[in-house]
Design a protein around this ligand. Sequence first.
Ligand code: 1GP
Length: 253
Amino acid sequence: MKILQDLINRKARKQKSLAILIDPDKITEISSITNLIALAKECYIDFFFVGGSLITRDNLNEVIQQLKLNCDIPTVLFPGNNMQINHDADAILFLSLISGRNADLLIGQHVNAAPLLKKSQLEVISTGYMLVNSASTSAASYMSNTIPIPPDKHSIASSTALAGEMLGMKLIYMDAGSGSKQAITQKMIRKVNEAISCPLIVGGGITSAQLVQEALVAGADVIVIGNAIEKNPDLMIEVSEKIYDFNKSLNIH
Ligand code: 1GP
């Protein structure tokens, strides 16, 4: 459990991390991720997450190959469904959508995937995945056919995260949905973080260093950014500096 243990150790040191999300469906030219990888190396990015709600291009393997060939940054699958398994990645977030009541995404897909994962070398990380309502319906919410947690229902969010942790999940990932117009509020992050002791991943609609700072202060351990860096790769520099400064203020760098 290399990556999970690393995340647990980081949390114990209060060290914050940045994950860049690559949605393979948005990669039209496989060569285009070479620049992204080069920048990620310069910025000492902690993780690449790879996955999406819907993959219509058959390029997941190619994306993973490029990442593995060109860098040592851990590659973690963030699958929208059980077709998004790749044996060359380092780990998979074994997501159970605990904010929803869709049995298939709570346990069904997992039953199909488990025997394959057992045979693979992938580190399987049990993760409670929570969608939080954003300004508009997210692809994740639509595709999962679930109702996200309303953004002002803090006790529902914290109780859901706590239940996930009590069920044995090792990480909680709170997501406003890719491209959300609204990131998860500081208050909700704080309430969820107070309820659990495992590492907390926060993503969806984080578009600026300011929003990163707010999420870190509220208690997020790992920040995930996809869309904003796709649109403006240089944001990676600003955001990674913000996280570096945050960690430095705690004497971690
Ligand atoms: C979505 O948390 C991720 O599942 C990242 O969202 O693309 O909005 O950064 P963005």
